[in-house]
Structures are given as structure tokens and as C-alpha cells.
Ligand binder design. Structure first.
Ligand SMILES: O=C(O)CCC(=O)C(=O)O
Ligand SMILES: [Fe+2]
Length: 203
């Protein structure tokens, strides 16, 4: 019997999405490394909960966030401007490992902490002008797995979804942000926290 047949997928896969380039590495960090990094980030990152203004109404963001960078350039989205903290040792370790596969030098990391299934991230694309054209965004996940949904901006029939596993890396490149929106929906499952790190280049 070939036990490999029952192993989960380990090789990177490109998602079947027209007008986009999205590559998923299911096991970029091994389980031991992922657990250590999850615990360290949960404790050491300066998590905060900002207010956002949508359609003139102010709400608390449905998750905690943080911004780290190797420069002092602010990042603005949804009427919030965040000023970065300097990268920590753990963030530099993760960044350098991702830079090898992505052949990109990242400046900035936006972090999200989804405390439970009620925390979420609404439909958006990462198309702020600070990111430039065709941004490469490297998204790392630790902790509970959560569904990540994509929908095409012009063709309602085009959708994609992927379960982002502990220790995974999702790369969004090329025209992805021009043509697609993404979200992390709420779930009624009784689940624990998930940490997501999105590495970006801010020019
Ligand atoms: O939590 C995730 O996987 C996605 C986060 C995201 O889309 C963002 O921060 O822009
Ligand atoms: Fe995003």
C-alpha cells in the first residue's frame, strides 16, 4: 500500500481563476514551526481593534490587526491609516522564507487576528495606490483553518474558494486585485483563533 496516496496535497497548486494568478502552498511551514510562530505572534504582536467607517456608519473592525514594516510609510484602507512598528525577529524570519519562493522584497506586513468564527474580513481587493500596479501579496496562515472566497468583479459566475490551512502560503499576483474580490466569511463552527500575515510592497 502506498501511504503517500492518503497524504494531503503538499505541492504548490495554481488556482483555476481567469484574469488572476493565485498560487497555494498548503504546507509552507511545518506543524512544529507553525505552532511556535502562532504562539509567539499571538503574544508579541501589538494587536489592536480599529473603528472603520462604511457608508457613513462607524463600526469596530470584526478582527484585530497590526502593521509592521522595514520603513515608516503608513498604510491606509477603509478610512484607517496605520503607522507601522519595526519588524520583529519572527516576522523577519517568515518574510525571508517567503522572499525566496516569491522572488519579491517585501517592505510591510499587515496582520489579522480572527479571534473566533464570528471574526471576519469583508469583500475587498488589495488595490490601494500605495501597493502600485499588479501587486504581489503573500498571505501566511497559522492556527484554525478558515475559508477564503474569491469572486470575479465583472462575471458573477466566476467564484473560487479555498480552505487556508495552518502553515500555508497563498500568493496573489499579476492582475488578481484588478479583477477579483476576496473575503474571509464568518462561520458558525465553534473554532479558535487564526492569525494571518499579508506581506506587501509599499512604495
Ligand atoms: O485573512 C486572510 O486570509 C485575508 C486577509 C486579507 O485579505 C487582507 O488583510 O487584506
Ligand atoms: Fe485582502
Amino acid at each position: 500500500m502506498d501511504l503517500d496516496l492518503f497524504d494531503t496535497q503538499k505541492e504548490p497548486v495554481q488556482l483555476n481563476m481567469p484574469d488572476a494568478k493565485v498560487i497555494y502552498h498548503p504546507t509552507f511551514f511545518n506543524p512544529g514551526e507553525s505552532k511556535k510562530l502562532f504562539n509567539a505572534l499571538l503574544n508579541d504582536i501589538e494587536w489592536r481593534q480599529d473603528h472603520i467607517t462604511v457608508f457613513g456608519k462607524t463600526h469596530l473592525q470584526p478582527r484585530l490587526t497590526a502593521l509592521y514594516a522595514n520603513n515608516t510609510k503608513p498604510y491606509s484602507y477603509s478610512n484607517i491609516t496605520m503607522n507601522p512598528n519595526p519588524f520583529t525577529k519572527d516576522l523577519l524570519f517568515i518574510k525571508e522564507k517567503i522572499e525566496v519562493v516569491s522572488k519579491t522584497r517585501f517592505t510591510t506586513c499587515l496582520l489579522n487576528l480572527y479571534r473566533n468564527g464570528q471574526d471576519s474580513n469583508g469583500w475587498h481587493s488589495d488595490n490601494e495606490k500605495e501597493l502600485g500596479n499588479n501587486p504581489t501579496i503573500a498571505s501566511v496562515s497559522f492556527g484554525e483553518e478558515r475559508w477564503f472566497h474569491f469572486k470575479h468583479k465583472n462575471n458573477k459566475n466566476l467564484k473560487q474558494k479555498i480552505l487556508l490551512q495552518n502553515g500555508s502560503l497563498l500568493m496573489m499576483m499579476g492582475k488578481t486585485q484588478d479583477h477579483w474580490l476576496h473575503q474571509i466569511p464568518k462561520t458558525k463552527r465553534n473554532i479558535g483563533p487564526r492569525i494571518n500575515l499579508t506581506f506587501r510592497v509599499i512604495t
